[in-house]
Ligand binder design. Sequence first.
Ligand code: FE2
Length: 307
Amino acid sequence: MTDMRTREFPRTIPGSGDLAAFLVTNKGTVDAALADAGALLFRGFDVPDPHAFDAAIEGYGEPGFTYEDSLSNAVRTNVTPRVFTANEAPPTTEIFLHHEMAQTPLYPSKLFFYCEIAPEKGGATPLCRSDWVLDRLALAAPDFVTRLEAEGVRYTNVMPGDDDAGSGQGRSWRSTLSATDKAGAEARLRELGYDWQWRDDGSLRATTPVLDAVRMLPDERRTFFNQLIAAFRGWADSRNDPNRAITFGSGIPITAGDMAPAIAIADDLTYDLQWQAGDVALVDNFLVMHGRRPFKGKRRVLASLIA
Ligand code: FE2
């Protein structure tokens, strides 16, 4: 663990010219660097617009994970078939560290980000190595880690009937569950193993099945693969109370006291990626958490998910 603060993270891959062609030619090297570093920043390449970004993703050559199929809570808009806005939540809203969609049974393995317009102020993408977090947390709070591993976790989220772009958790149940009516939503929830309650205002309170909170990677690194920090710090809106959002698998609430060491360690290990226009980042979703700092002025960072 002694080397964790001095290693290059994320690893920058400087270059020029066409990123799509670079990724076609160098996929093996890129994947080896990604497995080692967890996040790569391609800087200096010629990626002028979302179509060039889409082409770079195609050049990388792995199948996409579509937003329509996902159970993500974020409100997003497609820009090209494989590229969408990262999150439509207001600039003042911080998106806290998370593994993409780890609060659902369906999640992508990797994420691409692309900076089309660099933010004027703020707007960095915090990145945090989840294996490093778990190593330190196991020393600071061994009982908590043991319990997470033994029991897993469950997440509870209240989804509105219609998209609420004012919230980081504002995706409607209709969109989230690809359903046109309550019966269709219930069929999907049943299939996924969720518990649910309808509320008088047309919103839906849904609780996930027990999900893993710690993941073992093929090389036996263990990661804090979950959405606990984002749920605890960020799932506050007109419908959601963060203190009721997360429980152990047994249903016992995970408390502020439980979360404090995890949050402090993750904050300490976080690197803020300060975007420049044309940057592309590739993030291993099983190894690295990401988020979004608040910002002022224009900022356009787009995303794409790998299955
Ligand atoms: Fe995300």
